[in-house]
Design a binder for this molecule. Sequence first.
Ligand code: SF4
Length: 267
Amino acid sequence: MAYIDQEVRRLVGKALHQYRLIEDGDRIVVAVSGGKDSMLLLWLLRERLARAPIHYELVAVHVDPGFDTESAGRLEDFFRREGFRWEIVHTDHGPRAHGPENRENPCFLCSRLRRVELFKKANELHCGKLALGHNQDDFLETFFISVCYGAQVSTMLPRQEFFQGAVTVIRPLALVPSAKVDRLGRKLGLPVIPTCCPSAEHNKRKEMRTFLQELCARNPKVRGNIYHALSHVNLDYLPAPLEAPAGCSNLREYLKKEGGVPEDHGA
Ligand code: SF4
């Protein structure tokens, strides 16, 4: 087996194990956009079924944003040809997000509406897990978007429970860099359905991607170091908010007094 096959499977296995992403008997909705990440995720999760000591069920769900009439059909052909169980949800999220009535960022509204549809489908199909194809670069990009535009230190989680645990979002590609997803997807000959979204090339994620590529080009260790830093936070050396109650000189003291529940920024 070539290096890239082994490496990506090793990283996916590590994420599944470290973050306890899949358990015996799980029914899992895999959100498939038609991009390289979700196509590879679906492929690898099914492939693991043959080797894993546990059993789980997969349903590929595509939420069609409604930009064109062909993409969903191409995905449907792929699912049918490869023997996946699938569901397509047709929506007008994309045009609505770019319409005059939307005053928010198109991606913000579009991804929020898509997430609602995915949760609805998971519930309808009695699936307790929702697998998303975010890769390691997505975690880093979300972190920098939160810092630069949201003025807070946060990103997405490899595993996160919603609705008192009724649905758990999992991200098995959390440890896999985007370039490796790309290489393995090409090697396996997985199709990628191009998006017709006008915001695809002009959004904050794209901006952060360029920034990270430049940063990581100088030293290949930077990408892994940033991901590692997300779970090695030295609260003693982060200042408390300016409006923190008296007596809180650093973030640890503030959090002890205030508590807090992280939001999910990535679905
Ligand atoms: S890039 Fe387009 S399809 Fe993707 S979240 Fe943004 S608006 Fe929606």
